[in-house]
Design a protein around this ligand. Structure first.
Ligand SMILES: Nc1ncnc2c1ncn2[C@@H]1O[C@H](COP(=O)(O)OP(=O)(O)O)[C@@H](O)[C@H]1O
Ligand SMILES: O=C(CO)[C@@H](O)[C@H](O)COP(=O)(O)O
Length: 496
């Protein structure tokens, strides 16, 4: 049996699946947790990746591997391959003023046509602008800017600082279309970096990496910043050398952003809208043509198959529920029981769930608001239900925005940690006006990476089956969105 491994290095944890390359059957899996916070030392991701691989039984019998990762995070390396500072993650909002400045400098039409998206605090370009202005000494040391999955792929191959077997060859950095499209300095419609935009954001010129072993000392002297080489969906980034607990000779795929990983892992096709409720909430679809939304609500990303991935992302998703569970002093199961015991509309209670500020809509400084509280309505059941309704309504707004671009939508595929919650499933059927398919619980991002690994190894995209656990018919309850809209219109008090 030929085995392939897929990795999901996401915000809260690292997950590894090992699958049969021919049938897609799950053979074994493992996971490890990540540190909390929005500014994180990438070495912690590498350590977690090794622990997760070990928990999955190691790679000794594995022929190929690929890494899917949380999108957008800014990983900065100096010329020796040493990390310049902690990575700023997609949910770190300190670069919101930088995003506004870049938008002002280039204008929405140009940004949308050049990058497929308007810059928000999540995107890498805004983070390098923040670095330029807030930490000029660190900015001056930067020799390469990578994304979380690019950096992990580089480490997996054997590159890195100090005693890494292949050394700090920055020209060996690779990425893929999907993750490059979340930087705000890469153009999905042409597949090229927009180096002028990078230079405008960071104040230093850049070039694309030219491949392992091709390092130009002249470029280093000119201090051009290196950006990972963008390789195609089925291309190999190389093969591993033996180091740490990684064996030699494992083919390494290009990797991808985690949402593109989920799209590939679910084998999503036109007509499917994937709604993922993990640390982030996302709603996205696979399209054959690049999209641009000059309002900036929908990001025009690329996917991991050569197509495109119009997507909205919310900063607040599964943790809306954990925050409310903490308020109520209950776990997932009791929380679901409470929420299901309340009627649609939650007795008038509504939660606008901007605990971490928000990206969709673009309100980086917003806070969450419980509204509509009355003496009769303020029950534990209604509070729990209002949290689920707030979560689903925020994603329904996002899905509407994706559909408003003319993207066909015939069914929702509901995935991510919180999709396991029966109250989430029930409210999804009441709010989304489409059938809601709930795939068998699984690690679909890691599965997408495993599919890519099999593709890089065997040369053809695997046709592994995806099992759907249940399909829920629409059960429209208009009161839910009405209460949510009324609460949204109140606005939020600023962050303390
Ligand atoms: N039954 C459940 N009900 C609500 N939330 C859940 C449930 N199971 C897991 N979660 C939440 O899902 C999140 C993890 O989801 P996951 O998709 O793995 O996240 P990530 O986006 O980091 O990959 C955690 O915040 C966890 O609390
Ligand atoms: O910012 C985005 C997408 O644009 C997020 O979806 C991140 O990619 C984080 O993903 P998770 O850790 O929630 O999977």
């Amino acid at each position: 049996m030929t085995l392939v491994a897929g990795i999901d290095s996401s915000t809260q944890s690292c997950k590894v699946v090992i699958r049969d390359a021919d049938t897609g059957a799950l053979v074994r899996q493992g996971s490890a947790t990540h540190p909390t916070g929005t500014s994180v030392d990438p070495d912690a991701w590498w350590d977690a990746l090794l622990v997760a691989i070990d928990a999955a039984g190691g790679l000794d019998d594995v022929s190929a591997i690929a890494v899917a990762g949380q999108q957008h995070g800014m990983v900065t390396l100096d010329a020796s391959g040493v990390l310049v500072r902690d990575a700023l993650l997609w949910n770190d909002t300190r670069s919101a003023p930088a995003a506004a400045a870049l938008l002002e400098e280039f204008g929405p039409e140009a940004m949308a046509s050049r990058t497929g998206s308007l810059p928000v605090a999540s995107f890498t370009a805004t983070k390098v602008r923040w670095l330029r202005d807030a930490e000029p000494e660190n900015a001056a040391r930067v020799a390469a800017v990578a994304l979380p999955h690019d950096w992990l792929t580089w480490r997996l191959l054997g590159y890195g600082p100090g005693d890494s077997p292949l050394g700090p060859d920055l020209d060996a950095l690779v990425t893929d279309r999907s993750d490059a499209s979340g930087t705000s300095y890469w153009t999905p419609s042409t597949g090229e970096y927009d180096l002028e935009l990078f230079e405008a954001a960071f104040g230093r010129a850049a070039r694309e990496a030219t491949g392992a072993g091709s390092a130009g000392s002249a470029d280093q002297a000119e201090s051009l910043v290196i950006l990972p080489r963008v390789i195609g969906p089925s291309e190999s980034a190389g093969t591993t050398v033996a180091h740490a607990s990684i064996p030699a000779g494992v083919v390494v795929g290009a990797g991808m952003g985690d949402n593109a990983g989920a799209g590939l892992g679910l084998d999503a096709h036109e007509g499917d809208v994937v709604i993922s409720i993990g640390t982030s909430g996302t709603a996205f679809a696979v399209t054959s043509e690049a999209t641009t939304d000059p309002t900036g609500v929908v990001a025009g990303f690329a996917d991991a198959t050569g197509a495109f991935l119009p997507l909205i992302a919310t900063l607040n998703a599964a943790r809306i529920l954990t925050a409310t569970e903490a308020i109520l002093g209950v776990g997932h199961d009791e929380f679901a029981r409470l929420a299901l015991a309340a009627a649609p509309g939650a007795g008038g209670v509504a939660l606008v769930p901007y605990f971490e500020g928000e990206r969709t809509p673009n309100l980086p400084d917003a806070t969450a608001t419980f509204a509509g509280l009355t003496l009769d309505g303020s029950t534990r059941e209604n509070i729990a239900r209002a949290a689920v309704e707030g979560l689903i309504c925020s994603l329904a707004d996002g899905m509407d925005a994706v559909r408003s671009l003319g993207v066909p939508a015939h069914r929702v595929l509901l995935i991510g940690g919180a999709a396991l919650n029966p109250a989430v499933q029930a409210v999804a059927a009441q709010v989304f006006d489409l059938p809601v398919a709930v795939p068998e619980p699984g690690e679909y991002v890691a599965d997408g990476a495993a599919r890519q690994a099999a593709w890089a190894l065997g040369g053809s995209r695997p046709g592994w089956p995806v099992e759907v656990q249940a399909t829920l018919d629409p059960d429209p309850q208009p009161v839910v969105r009405e209460r949510y809209r009324a609460a949204q219109a109140l606005g939020s008090i600023p962050r303390p």
